[in-house]
Write a new protein. Structure first.
Length: 168
């Protein structure tokens, strides 16, 4: 694969991105994907992106969205296997336990986040940074150059919009 200008940024953030992958997988009980696999799949998905990122925080925020999408794809693939799409006469899947209710909630949350992103990308990024990346309000405030209280207000607004979206 051809080297991209974001490769050094990926290498610099590798440890933090791997921790992010671990947190994302912990929230998705029942998936048998390793954090390293999730991270490398995310890298492959991001490698074709031509846009350069201004700083590592924007890069990590984007990586969180890519990983979230991959986790959702893994959950959907697992559900499809449970319905028989992965069945082969010579191969029987052995890891098809009952779906945890959290998987359906994760898919629904992802759809709600996509809707929020189309309405207010800034709030969707805040949710990615807070919920999926595990950043504190203070860290997000520094990233965006605003006060911590502003981030908290935006968080409440994002939560309210997501709640409304999840209820509909």
């Amino acid at each position: 694969m051809e080297s991209k200008d974001n490769d050094p940024l990926f290498a610099l953030c590798y440890r933090e991105l791997r921790g992010l992958a671990e947190r994302q997988l912990r929230r998705s009980a029942g998936l048998t994907v390793s954090p390293t696999t999730l991270l490398h799949e995310a890298y492959l998905g991001m490698a074709h992106r031509e846009t350069l990122f201004a700083d590592q925080h924007k890069f990590i925020g984007y990586a969180a969205r890519v990983m979230r999408g991959l986790v959702i794809d893994f959950v959907r693939e697992r559900r499809a296997q449970k319905r028989g799409s992965g069945f082969h006469i010579t191969q029987l899947p052995i890891e098809l336990n009952e779906a945890a209710p959290e998987e359906a909630e994760l898919v629904h949350l992802s759809d709600a986040l996509d809707e929020l992103s189309s309405r207010d990308p800034r709030l969707a990024e805040l949710v990615d940074l807070k919920y999926f990346c595990g950043y504190s309000f203070a860290e997000i405030a520094v990233l965006h150059g605003v006060s911590e209280r502003t981030v908290q207000r935006d968080w409440e607004k994002a939560r309210t919009l997501l709640y409304q979206q999840l209820q509909s």
